[in-house]
Design a protein around this ligand. Structure first.
Ligand SMILES: Cc1cc2nc3c(=O)[nH]c(=O)nc-3n(C[C@H](O)[C@H](O)[C@H](O)COP(=O)(O)OP(=O)(O)OC[C@H]3O[C@@H](n4cnc5c(N)ncnc54)[C@H](O)[C@@H]3O)c2cc1C
Length: 801
């Protein structure tokens, strides 16, 4: 062991070994991995080793596909056998809804370029997996690149391949302490102290403690998990092939062949957390006592699905723990305020995801950004609210039990809720608000009578008429939307303007004006679709997506300059948006300030009744509108005043479902759909806000190279879809005469224009208005046409006038 390394990886499980391998592969040779015990001594040694393609987040599914391709490479490179059994895989559905979902998921796979999947009938599935009963099954999805690996062999293969590339592995050496020092970290270990620029927390079951060593409270918890390995099954002895790795979605089980028996794993409803503060340091290679009673219900379903299990004994029980984050995705990346500290934790399926995690993190550490859009596993997708133990317990437990349960796009899950509520929450609740959650915050989705219950569905929801009525109110009259769940940052200091000018790609707004502001990474890809406000009194604001608060603050911190301070106002400031042709009449009743003179994108301070508010003339709905920002304490009063003033016009409260429909009719993009860190400004049309002739700004060179080159190969367009009872929601493939030409970024029903609409990222050759295309919606092919942007009010008269 040396006294200095460029990077130290803590943890010799599959994830740490993969990070080490990728660091060495991408050029950092002066790196080491430190393991408390021997390699694999955490969750990794007793995993089932299953690898399968399905993931609800298409970006994570792509990284899983990368891992699967990598496995044979590392076997070859290391010379270490990883026991790769590419048996193929099956995912089976037993209810009409689930079968519909699988058909839809199959199309999502096509969108993201995973082509080796196909839908199969129960009979075809049984031919592939003869020991499976098809009772109650409606269909399934078959994938070629699924199977299982030998877990210990795989960890050693990563580590050996890394060592061949110059990396070091140090076993039997626990990391005891971490100290942030000038230029990096001091790593105190049992065998001495190391200085390093970068430290990676890949401590698996001990990730919580290794986080705390650096003062970081990670939202992660271990949960227990069972599988059994059966004795030999005679029917399997008769086969000259291995049965596929099979997931029974209704049965909560996964199954793979293990020699001539099977391994059956269970995700039970009655889940059990294990050492929420992290595993004991002395925990070795022991397992927890099996508890068949707790998993009995799911076990019975498994034995019914694979009836041969009823006639053979159980050879081995495994009840071991592995880690989960609140949404089940890994926690990867740098931590705000801790330069040089990197996370590679909460990797729930390390053998399936470890390769993608290692690749992305190594790229991040070496090049400053990962190649793929990894927001779905970025540690900065959570804020301090997620440090709470009960929150972690509820959400990780919910994820575990729903591992194979499908979540509908219109379904709201209960764990960790309600947490943060805007002050007027109770009054909006009384008025019939139906709530969703953004980050920690309850947001109104729509307003309905108390007795109404929304049915979870992939198709149009039974809340359709409520949303339609809210859209109509906004378009024809006036609507009120709680916009507490927008992010707001205050930028102050003598260099505030210079800093904003460098961080944002747009020209900054003049005093009393606001401006749409693309924020770019150095490589020209998007980092934000923000709005900058120049309040006219020397103060500046940035507004954006609420759930990106921590993610944006990390970016701001990383690009800070002297003489600037950025304050997240998310705990102090909230507000309402008033939208519609009558919005001016309503707001004018409440102020004697010249609010009527406020031009589109004008902003300033106004007295609204008793409240001193910051008001901007804008509306995401594409109508005349005002965003009224107030202190948290003013929220209830502001709502009451606006509703009272609007009463004579028949003002109606609306929610974010209506807002999403209204913005789609204007072809306004939103983050995580039309705008992501995977796209450039030119691809998304954000380049029209770039001020090419201003001085330097982050991402300028890359954006100019794109502008002056051939332009992007794909562009975003608006589609009108000949849909019947379901609308596009995202990631549906777009075709032209059988050739895939793009995918939907988001979709929905445009209630004013009376059309099913979508925004899609398509090849430039098919982006012209009038091009006929096809889109798969919930598995069914529908005709679509490229239409001009903004099918509602294309001239923008309603919004600007
Ligand atoms: C029963 C079961 C079945 C599973 N089935 C599958 C499956 O089919 N497919 C799949 O992909 N995944 C499966 N998993 C999950 C898989 O095991 C984990 O995702 C994976 O092992 C996580 O790897 P890791 O490297 O993050 O953590 P770990 O394997 O826990 O490794 C962390 C390592 O860090 C070391 N360490 C911790 N603290 C320190 C310190 N302070 N100093 C030095 N070293 C330290 C530990 O000793 C340990 O070796 C299963 C897990 C279980 C329990």
């Amino acid at each position: 062991m040396k006294s200095h390394y460029r990077a130290v990886v803590i943890g010799g499980g599959v994830v740490g070994a993969s990070v080490l391998y990728h660091l060495a592969k991408f050029g950092w040779k002066d790196v080491c991995l430190i393991e408390r015990n021997i390699l694999t001594a955490g969750s990794s040694w007793h995993a089932a080793g299953g690898i399968h393609a399905l993931n609800a987040d298409p970006n994570i599914a792509s990284l899983q596909a990368y891992t699967i391709d990598l496995l044979s490479e590392i076997q070859e490179e290391s010379g270490q056998d990883i026991g790769l059994h590419m048996t193929g895989g099956l995912t089976m559905a037993g209810t009409p809804d689930r079968w519909e979902w699988l058909q839809s998921a199959y199309r999502t796979f096509q969108s993201i370029g995973i082509e080796d999947v196909r839908l199969v009938s129960p009979k075809e599935a049984q031919d592939l997996c003869p020991i499976m009963s098809t009772d109650g099954l409606l269909g399934g999805m078959s994938a070629d690149r699924e199977g299982y690996v030998d877990t210990t062999g795989t960890v050693h293969a990563y580590a050996t391949a890394a060592k061949k590339r110059g990396a070091e592995v140090i076993e039997h050496n626990r990391v005891l302490e971490l100290h942030q020092v000038e230029g990096g970290w001091q790593v105190v270990t049992e065998k001495g102290t190391i200085h390093t620029e970068h430290v990676v927390n890949a401590a698996g079951l001990w990730a919580k403690q290794v986080g705390r060593m650096a003062g970081i409270e990670l939202p992660v918890s271990p949960l227990n998990h069972h599988y059994l390995i059966s004795d030999t099954i005679p029917a399997l002895e008769q086969l000259d092939f291995e049965v596929p790795m099979t997931v029974d979605l209704e049965g909560f089980t996964y199954m793979r062949q293990d020699q001539k028996g099977v391994l059956l794993g269970i995700y039970e409803l009655d889940h059990q957390h294990w050492n929420m503060d992290g595993a004991p340091w002395e925990y070795g290679f022991e397992l927890q006592q099996e508890d068949p009673d707790r998993i009995e219900k799911e076990l019975i379903l498994g034995f019914e699905r694979y009836p041969d299990l009823q006639n053979v004994g159980v050879k081995t029980w495994v009840n071991g723990a592995f880690t989960f984050s609140p949404d089940g995705n890994p926690l990867v990346g740098p931590v705000r305020g801790k330069p040089g500290y990197w996370c590679a934790c909460a990797v729930m399926a390390g053998f399936l995801q470890g390769g993608g995690v290692g690749k992305s993190l190594a790229e991040w550490m070496i090049h400053g950004e990962p190649e793929a859009d990894v927001y779905g596993m970025d540690v900065a997708r959570y804020g301090t609210f997620a440090e709470n133990k009960q929150y972690i317990k509820e959400t990780t437990g919910q994820f575990y039990s729903r591992r194979f349960v499908m979540t509908y796009p219109n379904e709201q899950l209960p764990a960790g809720r309600p947490l943060k509520m805007a002050p007027a929450y109770s009054e909006m609740n009384e008025a019939g608000a139906v709530w969703g959650q953004s980050w920690d915050m309850e947001v109104p989705l729509y307003f309905a009578p108390k007795e109404f219950e929304e049915t979870p569905t992939l198709k149009r929801s039974n809340a359709f008429d409520f949303v339609a009525a809210e859209c109509k109110a906004v378009r024809e009259n006036v609507g009120l939307l709680d916009i507490s769940a927008f992010s707001r940052f205050e930028v102050t200091g003598p260099n505030a303007e210079a800093w904003l000018d460098n961080v944002m790609a747009c020209a900054l707004p003049k005093p009393g004006r606001a401006k749409l502001a693309p924020m770019l990474a150095e490589d020209g890809r998007l980092k934000g679709d923000l709005t900058v406000f120049n309040w006219g009194d020397g103060s500046w604001w940035i507004m954006g997506s609420y759930y990106l608060r921590e993610w944006h603050m990390r970016w701001f911190d990383d690009h800070m300059m002297d003489g600037v301070s950025v304050r997240d106002l998310g705990e102090d400031t909230c507000g309402f948006s008033l939208s519609g042709p009558n919005s001016r009449k309503v707001i004018e009743k409440l102020t004697d300030g010249p609010i009527g003179d406020l031009k589109f994108l004008g902003c300033g301070h106004f007295d609204i009744g008793l409240i001193r508010a910051k008001v901007a003339r804008m509306s995401v709905a594409g109508e005349r509108g005002y965003e009224i920002n107030c202190r948290y304490g003013d929220h209830i009063k502001l709502r009451r005043m606006l509703l009272e003033a609007g009463e004579e016009f028949g003002i109606r409260e609306f929610g974010f479902n209506a807002m999403l429909s209204l913005r789609l009719e204007k072809s306004f993009g939103i983050w995580s759909a039309e705008f992501t860190q995977g796209y450039t400004a030119a691809q998304t049309g954000m380049d029209r806000w770039i001020a090419w002739d201003k001085g330097d700004f982050i991402g300028k060179d890359a954006a100019m190279a794109e502008r002056d080159g051939n332009g992007p190969a794909q562009l975003e367009v608006t589609l009108e879809i000949d849909a019947v009872d379901a609308d596009a929601s995202g990631y549906e493939p777009v075709w032209q005469d059988g050739k895939k030409v793009g995918f939907v970024t988001s979709g929905g029903y445009g209630h004013t224009v009376g059309k099913s609409l979508a925004i899609a990222m398509v090849n430039r050759e098919v982006a012209a208005e009038g091009t006929d295309l096809q889109v798969h919606i919930v598995g069914a092919e529908r005709a679509a046409k490229v239409i001009a942007p903004s099918p509602y009010d294309p001239s923008g008269k309603a919004m600007r006038g």
